[in-house]
Design a protein. Structure first.
Ligand SMILES: Cc1cc2nc3c(=O)[nH]c(=O)nc-3n(C[C@H](O)[C@H](O)[C@H](O)COP(=O)(O)O)c2cc1C
Ligand SMILES: Cc1cc2nc3c(=O)[nH]c(=O)nc-3n(C[C@H](O)[C@H](O)[C@H](O)COP(=O)(O)O)c2cc1C
Ligand SMILES: Cc1cc2nc3c(=O)[nH]c(=O)nc-3n(C[C@H](O)[C@H](O)[C@H](O)COP(=O)(O)O)c2cc1C
Ligand SMILES: Cc1cc2nc3c(=O)[nH]c(=O)nc-3n(C[C@H](O)[C@H](O)[C@H](O)CO)c2cc1C
Ligand code: SF4
Ligand code: SF4
Ligand code: SF4
Ligand code: SF4
Ligand code: FES
Lengths: 178, 203, 193, 224, 483, 367
């Protein structure tokens, strides 16, 4: 009985000590996951995901509180990247593909208020105060923030047309029916 | 080194140590409480298995305690349990081994002073359920046919399964297990024959 | 020599830890979605099983048996295993960071892998010598790794098959394991003594 | 959890989040001890006792256990409880003890108790933890008995054979013979049958869940 | 000549006899010509004419833009009716800017550049320039601007020019006819190209099933000791650039490298003839030989058609359909693409127009893959199509990419051989396209990110400046605190 | 399609191969051996053969219907018939009807349809069924009988045959050991292999004795698929000619088995049977030509098939020689099936222009 208690206690102390040492030696720094995730997001801080910006979105993602499909500007590419990093699977097939859009300013309606210019995080809107503004279609990433602030609703979001270069074959229908 | 670290280490060691101490005591007490019961169970197990191969009428001692250790033909230690009545050794029991289809088989063999089988029981085996496990008393009375037989009865060339020209039935579709069993019993009896004097010797 | 070979074949194939003895099944069902992972888990487990079985052999023969502490076997063995795992983790991290990268994540899983404790208990039951015990432990864990890797290969292909929804995931995994165990029954009857 | 939903704990343990059928934990005893319904029942009950006691203890001590040593302490607690069960069964339920043999000690590394300690008992108060231990344990027992029954019926044609050894002579009535002797599909009590019947039972659970409109949960891609 | 084996390959039903014995006929001038701005790999050409302009035959109407692009010329004289968007000869049927010319029937040549009297005496750059001015693109299928490829002689040491007369696609006989009827022009074009590339050796590779072409080229090449003719075993896809190079030189082109890295440049026979015409006659590429064939075609023919003629014009010239075609495709049956309609024009890369019957296509609903391994054994690129398709079906495009999706030349052999009729190549085409789209999206995201950063940096700078402007005195104080 | 966007990419030419044609060619190749054996074992074997195939087809139909997939189209691919056919060829010819039915249950729902049907299964369905039956009913599954050719004096009548197949009443004295089984049991009691081989040939201790001529023609006890090696071989060569199978698997299976047998037989003829004996007995030929070659469960690349064949040969020899079962072909096939995905992964062909590791080839000596 005494040997039993003694030897067990001794082992416990030894093991506890070892673990204590181990815990110290092997302490891991803060999880760099958030930073990594943040790097994957577009960084336009547009807020479409429902978070204040990309950093918060990354925090939520890291905690598993947000879906990898949260970021509309990032689209499928970002969702897949996130999914891969987080080791989750997403069925992007079911997700209705959000057609890429860009913003167009109706020249008739624009009063040159420059509010949209300040909204645009990619400097995609050109034009001086009081003059008509235009949007560089190649640069616009379709966040639609400018459209939201435009006082005359001069900004429309337009689908990017499909070109020969962008077209590709659709996925063949599955041979299995279940 | 960092004092914090030392403290942490000690804390952890202490926590685990305390738990070990606590559970050590807990288990020690449990063991104390169950020790006798477990020993009694172990004794019962032994007696049970011996009881099946040595009829109670043959002895007035406790064969489990009345044992001696000998070496068999291969030099392995075997424990011999002896049944005595009025001081005379009336029978002995010991473990015998055989190899079956799926490996090692262990039996307890009881032999009376004349070298006749008192009884055989399988103690452990890995034979296939439904096939080879018919050597168990629970699954059939095949094993009972050995009672009363001895080395000369049947004659040595009949101490085989029928398939090998002997007198013992094999099970349908499973010859290996009975063959191993028959061989093991025969070897057991040969051991008795070789060591009869020593086995029956009264101290 | 021959008896050692038979012992090892028996431990690895005939009485395979996973398919015949039913040990380590949680990791078998859990960490076999990819071959690399299964290889990692196999390596880590092989190491831990071998080392901790050696240690436990010592504990059994120099502590438990001499002092009649058989009833503490479970407790001491599992403590030894936990420390072996921790120890492995520390040494591997120190000695070979790349290896740690590969094995590190599996180590915590191994403490609760029945195969480790199971093999140690089998050793005690079998009353083996130190060498036999070490070989047995090593061969058992090789058998474990082999089946892990095979199963992972099968599951990688399964992931590309059109398994009906009702069976997808664990059920088909069990069925595959069942058929694998069926195939391994072919080794039964190989005499290992 | 402000108010504890005991109904939830019970439902989770017995069915929804069943340790074997949904979480795929504790697979080793599930396979090894289900050659008959009686064995499954016995193993399940032994595990349930250990789980209840361990959950209770961990919940009671949870504030004194630091993160670093929690796994060893949990294991120690489980191991101690297992040894307790082992000794008492050996002493007072000897027949069953002989059947369950090697697998009593292995409750220690059965992933299920440890998983519940990690994910439930280390966070919740004593009473819910105890309940969780009991009902997870009973759910485990249920699953093992079910699988055992399936294997036993198919494999040897009986049901609850030797139940009286486990539960006492009063339960002799449970011992049924479903098919004539020698009609069993031997494979079912061999290792392949263990995996097969478990797989089919999981499919059965899915079918019931679908019928109840719950849909398939794809659980069990990982352990612990 | 010693040849080297290539892995895999198939032997489809060739059906070259349908049009093989029909000499090349010129297409009567159609009522309208539709000349798209993009008939080649690279940037679309820049338009030089507008509606109402009168153009002459051979006049440049669209100019190349950027390093990889090609001129386009008026195929006949007439008036530009409009510049509009019409469906491209492309499976998507997407509209594409196209110049529509109404021929005036006079077929009057514009002022052509002077023929180069002795091309072997001029600098390679001169030839390159002429080829570029003539709008020549590779006519073997890839439509890569030929001048760019001729420029390779500057960067690499080229020792062999391979002239690709394999024509391994079933049905097609345009190269065969060209070689039979214009062997000398081809040999001359090849010599000019070899000179331009600085290649001492020329090998013309022709599959053995074209004995007359082999004979014709052998005769034409006879005077030139540096030209060899290789009779290639009949095996699809022998005509693929890399496989041809392997078969003839024994050199295997490393992935992501060009055959030029091995000192080999491959050109099609029609390209050689076009070069001959441009150099010796000053004529730009305004017409090409098209095989019009297929079981549903009443009268299969080899037609020399002006670029811009509509497919329906060619079909009418062949007497229309003899039965309802299951599909009309452009190119050969193995690598060709379905046409969106019959009003699309013939372009520089159109080698064939095939009207195929259901029996010829022999397409069936896909069955599950039985893992027969046929696709693996016949893939000339060493791919495992069965695995690739499985990954793609499960949306694991990266997995497919890892298995070498990008190395697939879309030869179609695997789909052809598959007993389960799984549309393997369709899976690969889809996956390649989807991966490209993903890359484009990724690049856009990257660019957006840099722009956002630039914007943020500017905002910060502005804010700092404003702050500095507002309280110039606070600034030193802040500095002090920091110090 | 003329007009509008095209929905299907090329190629627009396809070979005439179909799954259906493949399967029925295999069936054709099996027919000579099957007919001979049905003649050899008479009505009971014909009944069992019919029951087994029928059960497989019905099982497949039920599974397809439950899965909501086209029943007639998929059934017509012939794979279920082939599975049933091959299973029937590996059963003891006079086994009771329920063996065939239960076999179908193992083969089709369990080993095939649970995985998603044709092409998706990881293990050979017929072999899964055979092994499951063997393990579950070792007695029934090892009850071989001596040949009782149709219309011969010893052949059971129709009524007796019905009693045999549907009543399970096999008359006494008709069973006979197969050569493999005989050698194995004799060895287990210490009779050297060469001696038992001679005894088997002479018929000592046996109710039925095939002479050498019988062994060659297949007039001997065994399953439908194992007696006549010659007819199986002819079928196999026919399949090779029709390019349904290639030489890789059959040759390596036979070769490895022969080599192992010969080698060890030279070392110790008392313990190990000769190579030729291994090759001509048991299911060697059926396994090598028809079972190990099953596309679905063997590697796709030729190199993989070589490894697979060597593995099957080796494991068959190991199991026959050391393990409890006299015949190891079925187990060997299943074991190698389990390795197929891994073999496939490591035997992919080298990509054109790349090294084995997938890196682009280095440019040699050119600038
Ligand atoms: C799954 C399986 C289990 C077996 N188990 C046993 C067994 O427990 N005992 C045995 O003697 N033979 C066993 N056998 C061996 C065979 O039944 C073997 O053919 C038989 O023993 C040979 O003897 P026979 O002459 O009676 O057929 C087993 C075979 C199989 C397939
Ligand atoms: C400088 C240079 C770069 C080229 N780059 C490519 C390329 O990136 N992709 C490509 O398909 N062809 C490229 N080519 C053209 C190839 O050499 C070849 O003509 C073309 O791939 C068509 O071959 P195919 O029809 O066999 O695919 C390039 C040619 C030159 C001269
Ligand atoms: C599968 C395949 C088959 C091809 N077959 C031919 C062919 O038969 N004849 C040919 O000229 N080009 C063929 N090509 C195109 C050649 O690879 C290469 O692009 C062409 O010969 C280069 O010549 P060009 O630039 O003059 O067109 C084939 C390409 C591929 C991918
Ligand atoms: C050459 C060849 C051999 C085959 N062998 C088998 C076999 O051994 N067992 C079987 O169940 N099916 C066999 N099949 C049929 C088919 O592949 C089988 O039903 C699939 O395994 C079911 O997915 C074979 C088919 C072919 C073409
Ligand atoms: S939607 Fe995307 S880009 Fe916009 S803030 Fe959220 S994460 Fe950033
Ligand atoms: S939508 Fe407007 S604000 Fe957003 S990127 Fe485009 S132009 Fe800028
Ligand atoms: S050819 Fe078709 S059926 Fe055969 S392996 Fe390839 S994809 Fe599968
Ligand atoms: S299409 Fe691609 S994968 Fe198919 S055979 Fe040709 S190169 Fe190979
Ligand atoms: S119970 Fe989980 S590994 Fe054994």
């Amino acid at each position: 009985m005494l040997t039993a208690v003694g030897s067990l206690t001794a082992m416990g102390v030894a093991l506890g000590g070892m673990l204590g040492v181990a815990a110290r030696l092997l302490a891991v720094e803060e999880d760099p996951l958030e930073l990594e995730l943040q790097a994957m997001l577009p960084g336009s801080q547009c807020g479409q995901c429902g978070f204040v910006g990309c950093a918060q979105a990354a925090v939520a993602l890291a905690k598993g509180e947000a879906s990898v499909t949260l970021c509309p500007p990032g689209g499928k590419a970002v969702a897949e990247q996130l999914a891969k990093r987080l080791g989750v699977t997403v069925d992007l097939g079911d997700q209705a593909p959000r057609l890429p859009v860009y913003a167009v300013i109706d020249e008739e309606l624009c009063i040159g208020c420059t509010r949209c210019v300040k909204e645009c995080s990619v400097d995609g809107i050109i034009g001086a105060s009081k003059l008509m503004h235009t949007i560089v279609a190649e640069v616009c990433h379709g966040c639609s923030k400018c459209a939201q602030v435009c006082p005359t609703d001069a900004i429309r979001m337009v689908e990017i047309p499909l070109t020969l270069a962008a077209w590709h074959w659709p996925k063949p229908a599955s041979t299995h029916t279940h | 080194m960092n004092p914090l670290m030392k403290q942490g280490t000690l804390t952890h060691a202490a926590i685990l140590g305390v738990f070990c101490l606590g559970f050590g005591i807990f288990l020690g007490l449990t063991e104390l409480a169950t020790r006798d019961a477990i020993a009694a169970r172990a004794m019962e197990d032994r007696q049970n298995s011996l009881g099946q191969v040595i009829p109670a009428s043959l002895h007035d001692n406790n064969p489990v305690i009345d044992n001696l250790t000998m070496q068999d033909a291969e030099g392995q230690n075997i424990t011999i349990y002896r049944a005595r009545k009025a001081g005379q050794v009336t029978g002995v029991a010991y473990e015998i081994h055989g190899s079956g289809y799926a490996g090692h088989m262990k039996f307890m063999l009881g032999v009376d002073a004349e070298g006749r089988v008192l009884g055989v029981r399988a103690l452990s085996h890995k034979e296939t359920p439904g096939l080879g496990d018919k050597i168990e008393i629970k699954k059939g009375d095949w094993i009972l046919q050995f009672a009363g037989l001895s080395l000369g009865n049947p004659p040595a060339e009949k101490w085989k399964v029928k398939k090998d020209g002997g007198q013992f039935d094999q099970f349908t579709g499973a010859t290996i297990t009975p063959r191993g069993t028959v061989t093991a019993i025969r070897h057991g009896l040969e051991f008795f024959a070789a060591n009869q004097a020593q086995l029956l010797e009264v101290h | 020599m021959q008896e050692y070979i038979l012992l090892m074949v028996g431990a690895a194939l005939v009485n395979n830890v996973i398919l015949a003895r039913f040990l380590g099944l949680c990791s078998f069902m859990g960490v076999t979605t990819r071959i690399d992972t299964a290889i990692g888990m196999g390596l880590a487990t092989t190491f831990v099983i071998t080392v901790s079985s050696m240690a436990n052999w010592g504990v059994e023969h120099y502590l438990l048996v001499p002092y009649g502490l058989g009833y503490l076997r479970t407790v001491t063995f599992i403590l030894v295993i936990a420390s072996a795992v921790q120890f492995t983790e520390m040494t591997v991290r120190k000695v070979s960071p790349p290896l740690f990268q590969m094995l590190g994540i599996y180590l915590p899983l191994i403490t609760t892998n029945c195969a480790v404790l199971g093999v140690a208990l089998l050793l005690v039951e079998g009353k083996m010598t130190f060498i036999a015990a070490t070989l047995f432990a090593f061969a058992s864990s090789l058998g474990y790794s082999l089946v892990m890797v095979i199963f992972a290969g099968l599951r990688e292909r399964l992931a590309l098959a059109e398994v009906p929804r009702l069976f997808a995931g664990p059920p088909i995994g069990f069925i595959v394991a069942s058929l694998l165990a069926l195939a391994f029954l072919g080794f039964s009857g190989i005499s290992t003594t | 959890m402000a108010t504890t939903d005991y109904g939830r704990i019970i439902r989770d343990g017995l069915w929804d989040n069943n340790g074997v059928l949904a979480m795929l934990l504790g697979m080793c005893p599930t396979m090894a001890m289900t050659t008959s319904a009686t064995n499954g029942l016995g193993m399940g009950l032994a595990t349930a006792v250990v789980m209840a006691a361990s959950n209770f203890m961990v919940a009671a001590f949870r504030n004194y256990i630091t993160r670093e040593v929690r796994i060893p302490v949990y294991i120690l607690i489980v191991a101690a409880n297992v040894t307790f069960v082992d000794l008492t069964m050996n002493a007072w339920m000897h027949e069953l003890y002989k059947v369950l043999g090697l697998f009593i000690p292995l409750i220690v590394s059965n992933c299920l108790p440890l998983a519940r300690l990690e994910s439930f008992a280390s966070k919740e108060p004593i009473l819910p933890s105890l309940m969780d231990g009991i009902f997870m344990g009973l759910g485990f027992t249920f699953a093992l008995t079910l699988i055992g029954a399936g294997r036993e019926i198919l494999g040897s044609g009986t049901l609850f054979a030797d139940a009286s050894l486990l539960l006492g002579p009063a339960f002799k009535f449970m011992e049924l013979r479903i098919m004539p002797a020698d009609m069993g599909v031997l494979m079912m009590i061999l290792p392949p049958g263990g995996f097969l019947v478990t797989g089919l039972v999981v499919v059965g659970k899915r079918l019931l869940d679908i019928r109840a409109g719950k849909g398939i949960q794809m659980a069990g891609a990982h352990s612990v | 000549m010693k040849l080297f084996p290539i892995r895999g390959g198939i032997h489809p039903e060739y059906r070259k006899e349908l049009s093989g014995e029909r000499a090349i006929e010129a297409l009567p001038l159609p009522s309208r010509l539709y000349i798209p701005l993009q008939q080649h790999i690279g940037a679309p050409a820049e338009i030089l004419v507008s509606a109402g302009d009168l153009v002459k035959k051979g006049q440049v109407i669209a100019r190349r833009q950027g390093p990889i692009s090609a001129h386009h010329h008026a195929s006949t004289s007439g008036r530009v009716v409009e510049v509009t968007e019409i469906p491209a000869p492309h499976p998507s049927g997407l509209p594409q800017p196209t110049i529509v010319i109404e021929p005036d029937g006079k077929d009057e040549w514009a002022a052509l550049p002077e023929p180069i009297a002795d091309p072997f005496a001029v600098a390679p750059e001169v030839i390159e320039e002429r080829v570029a001015e003539s709008g020549i693109v590779g006519m073997g299928g890839a439509t890569f601007p030929a001048a760019v490829k001729l420029h390779l002689g500057i960067q690499y040491r080229i020792d062999t020019l391979l002239i690709n007369g394999a024509e391994c696609e079933p049905y097609l006989t345009c190269d065969d006819r060209l070689m039979r009827e214009h062997a000398e022009a081809i040999v001359d074009g090849a010599r000019i190209m070899a000179h331009t590339l600085g290649a001492p050796r020329i090998v013309v590779g022709i599959e053995e099933n074209k004995p007359q072409a082999l004979a014709a080229i052998t005769v034409a090449a006879n005077p030139f000791p540096n030209i060899e003719v290789a009779a290639l075993p009949v095996k699809y896809p022998m005509g693929s650039e890399r496989h041809l190079t392997l078969a003839i030189t024994g050199l295997e082109t490393p992935a992501r490298k060009l055959t030029a890295d091995l000192g080999v440049v491959v050109h099609n026979v029609a390209t050689a003839r076009a070069v001959h015409q441009a150099v010796r006659l000053g004529r730009p590429l305004i017409a090409r030989v098209v095989t019009v064939s297929g079981g549903a075609m009443r009268e299969p023919k080899n037609i020399e058609a002006p670029i811009g003629a509509r497919v329906s014009d060619l079909i009418d010239f062949c007497g229309g359909f003899s039965q309802r075609p299951e599909r009309i495709i452009q190119g050969g049956p193995m690598m060709g693409t379905p046409l969106p309609n019959l009003e699309v024009p013939v372009v520089k890369g159109t080698s064939g127009i095939l009207a195929l019957t259901a029996d010829e296509i022999n397409e069936r609903p896909a069955d599950p893959c039985i893992r027969c391994g046929a696709c693996v054994n016949i893939c000339a690129c060493g791919l495992t199509p069965v695995e690739l398709a499985a990954h793609i079906r499960h949306d694991d495009l990266e997995g497919a990419a890892k298995l070498g999706l990008s190395d697939c030349v879309s030869c179609g052999s695997c789909s052809w051989v598959c007993p389960s009729h799984i549309p393997l190549v369709h899976y690969f085409n889809y996956a390649k396209g989807a991966l490209n789209a993903r890359d484009r999206e990724q690049r856009k995201t990257e660019r957006t990110k840099t722009l956002v950063e630039a914007n943020a940096a500017r905002q910060e700078r502005l804010a700092a400046q404003r702050a500095a402007a507002r309280k110039p005195k606070a600034a030193p104080a802040a500095n002090e605190v920091q110090a | 399609m003329i007009g509008g966007e095209a929905t299907k990419s090329g190629p627009f030419a396809h070979s005439t191969n179909t799954v259906q044609q493949t399967m029925f060619t295999v069936i054709l190749a099996l027919s000579p051996a099957t007919l001979f054996n049905l003649y050899l074992f008479g009505w009971p074997s014909i009944f069992l053969f019919g029951v087994t195939i029928g059960a497989c087809v019905i099982a497949e139909a039920i599974c397809l219907a439950l899965a909501g997939r086209p029943v007639t189209h998929t059934l017509s691919d012939g794979s279920a018939i082939l599975t049933g056919w091959l299973l029937a060829m590996t059963l003891p010819p006079w086994a009771p009807w329920w063996i065939g039915v239960l076999g179908a249950v193992f083969a089709i729902p369990l080993a095939k349809q649970a995985f998603g049907g044709l092409g998706q299964n990881l293990f050979n369905p017929a072999m899964v069924a055979r092994v499951a039956l063997l393990v579950s009913f070792p007695v029934v599954m090892t009850a071989w009988i001596a040949p009782h050719p149709l219309f011969s004096a010893s052949a059971p009548g129709l009524a007796d045959s019905i009693a045999i197949t549907f009543g399970g009443q096999v008359p006494d004295g008709v069973t006979a050991a197969t050569a493999l089984g005989y050698v194995k049991t004799e060895l287990s009691r210490g009779i050297p292999v060469f001696q038992s081989l001679v005894e088997y040939g002479r018929g000592t201790n046996l109710t039925y004795t095939p002479d050498l001529m019988d062994l060659a023609t297949g007039y001997k006890p065994g399953s439908l698929g194992e007696t006549s090696a010659i007819l199986i071989l002819i079928g196999g060569l026919f399949l090779m000619r029709r390019r349904i199978i290639t030489w890789h698997i059959p040759v390596t299976v036979l070769g490895t088995l022969f080599l192992m047998g010969t080698l060890f037989n030279l070392l110790d003829p008392a313990r190990f049977a000769p190579g030729l004996f291994h090759v001509i007995s048991g299911a060697t030929f059926l396994g090598a030509f028809f079972i190990a070659t099953d596309y679905v469960t063997s590697p796709v690349s030729e190199k993989g098939q070589l490894i697979f064949g060597i593995g099957v040969g080796l494991l068959t020899w190991v199991i026959r020689t050391f393990a409890g079962y006299p015949e190891g072909m079925a187990f060997a096939v299943l074991l190698m099936n389990s390795l197929t995905p891994i073999i496939d992964q490591y035997t992919r062909p080298r990509l054109f222009g790349r090294t084995r590791k997938g890196e682009p080839l280095p440019l040699k000596g050119k600038a």
